[in-house]
Ligand binder design. Structure first.
Ligand SMILES: Cc1cc2nc3c(=O)[nH]c(=O)nc-3n(C[C@H](O)[C@H](O)[C@H](O)COP(=O)(O)OP(=O)(O)OC[C@H]3O[C@@H](n4cnc5c(N)ncnc54)[C@H](O)[C@@H]3O)c2cc1C
Length: 417
């Protein structure tokens, strides 16, 4: 492996947003490198067992698909592996999503990259960024052989936590006006459970009984993500607030939530109908972070505005997930976008304001805390990723971007804007 890589566009993070960004950039004609620190791609879908793609569809009975392009190609590949990609409105929430097995995501992401001309690396962690007065020149990465550099003309931060922007010394936002973030959660897989949809109301009733009996569970509401006919599912309930991303904080968080997971196992086995013989198969691997750093972009999406489903001329993607806030142990708050509606995501929300050649995608884009509750979902992440990849490839080191050109290329690539 060349330890001094040079390319046109470098993407950090191989989740929904980063995969789409890298493939879109290469399809636009740019020599593209993708860096991922995990041993597999997929982001939180694989590394935190977040096993439903939300944001592909509008809400309501007559839902429409609002994300096509690379995200839709991922769905088609999942279908080939046997995943039922027919969207399923939840009986508990009315939201429309597609559930999957994370092992299928690992393979599908490999296939997507193998069929592209992206140069990609797993086991590669970016740890330093060279920022020359707003021009990002190169990133430094580490693997078990030592260090290597990736020099590029433009960069996409798809790290989920805006790590590239942060390591470049550029200011980011954290949480709401008071600095409060949504809860993070450690999902775990359970097997040998009933082949039906598990209603949120039944989970809540069981957790209430468990709490009264002294089982030390913290959060009393949440979901078990599953396909109704399957006898396994993924519980996303064990939660806490992650106040920063230091190793010290995340060590305490992982250990605390692992202990919570085992309390939920006991609670379900004792109090949830049909779960008596349930077994736990796995947790994590890592805590799933709902909200951390967000970039400060040329534009910012605001929650109060997106729930009115605005459309704009500089749109590069459509968001349709109703802002979903996990801030309390007793309720999940949705602020609903009207049924079968979507809002525009302007290109300026992806461009890092204080850098010339740096773009963001996925849950790091420029929003307030409420709007992040919508755009963070992975369906929307594929769409903002595809747009960031195209924008980075078309502009390279040119600070001025041409929205029309980005839109034209996205339409050519089959995306909806
Ligand atoms: C508990 C929970 C439940 C959720 N439920 C849903 C749901 O049902 N449906 C849904 O669509 N969304 C859901 N979400 C939201 C969704 O999972 C995330 O917002 C989404 O994964 C963000 O995608 P992303 O590509 O922006 O980032 P991520 O998925 O976080 O991917 C970022 C990638 O960047 C890599 N990376 C970071 N830093 C570096 C570095 N320095 N060097 C190299 N690589 C790096 C990471 O390893 C990771 O693979 C949930 C989130 C949580 C936490």
């Amino acid at each position: 492996m060349n330890r001094n890589i040079e390319c046109d566009v470098a993407v950090v993070g191989g989740g929904a947003a980063g995969i789409a960004a890298a493939i879109a950039s290469s399809r636009t004609g740019a020599k593209t490198v993708l860096i991922e620190r995990n041993p597999y791609f997929g982001g939180q879908a694989t590394n935190s067992q977040v096993t439903a793609y939300c944001g592909f569809f509008t809400r309501g009975e007559n839902y429409d698909q609002v994300v096509m392009g690379i995200g839709n190609e991922v769905l088609k590949k999942l279908e080939k592996l046997g995943t039922n990609i027919h969207p399923r409105p939840s009986k508990s929430t009315g939201n429309v999503s597609i559930s999957f097995n994370p092992e299928h995501i690992k393979i599908v992401m490999d296939q997507m990259l193998e069929e592209s001309s992206v140069e990609y690396y797993l086991h590669a962690q970016m740890y330093e960024v060279d920022n020359n007065n707003g021009l990002i020149e190169k990133i430094k990465c580490t693997d078990d052989e030592g260090t290597f550099t990736v020099k590029a003309k433009a960069f996409v931060d798809a790290s989920g936590n805006a790590n590239l922007v942060h390591f470049a010394g550029i200011k980011t936002n954290w949480g709401d006006d008071e600095g409060n973030v949504q809860q993070s959660s450690l999902p775990f897989r359970i097997d040998n459970i009933p082949a039906r949809e598990i209603l949120k109301s039944d989970i809540e009733a069981a957790l209430k009984k468990a709490k009264e009996a002294g089982i030390p569970i913290r959060k009393e509401t949440g979901l078990i993500i599953k396909v109704p006919t399957n006898t396994y599912g993924y519980c996303t309930i064990p939660s806490t607030i992650v106040p920063d991303l230091s190793a010290e904080t995340l060590t305490k968080t992982e250990m605390d939530l692992r202990s919570q997971v085992h309390s939920y196992v006991e609670a379900f086995q004792k109090y949830l109908d049909g779960f008596q013989n349930m077994v736990i198969s796995s947790s994590g691997p890592a805590v799933g972070i709902r909200e951390a750093r967000r970039i400060i972009g040329d534009k910012m999406l605001k929650g109060e505005e997106i729930i009115l489903a605005p459309k704009s001329d500089d749109s590069i993607a459509r968001g349709a997930w109703s802002p979903e806030m996990h801030k309390s142990n007793t309720s999940i708050k949705y602020t609903h976008i009207p049924d079968n509606e979507y809002f525009s995501i302007p290109l300026g929300c992806l461009k890092v304001r204080d850098a010339k050649n740096l773009w963001a995608a996925g849950r790091t884009i420029s929003t307030d805390s409420l709007a992040l509750g919508s755009v963070r979902v992975m369906g929307t992440g594929f769409a903002t990723g595809q747009a960031a990849g195209v924008a980075a490839a078309l502009t390279l080191q040119n600070e001025n971007y041409d929205v029309k050109k980005v839109q034209e290329e996205l339409l050519k690539q089959g995306a909806l804007i």
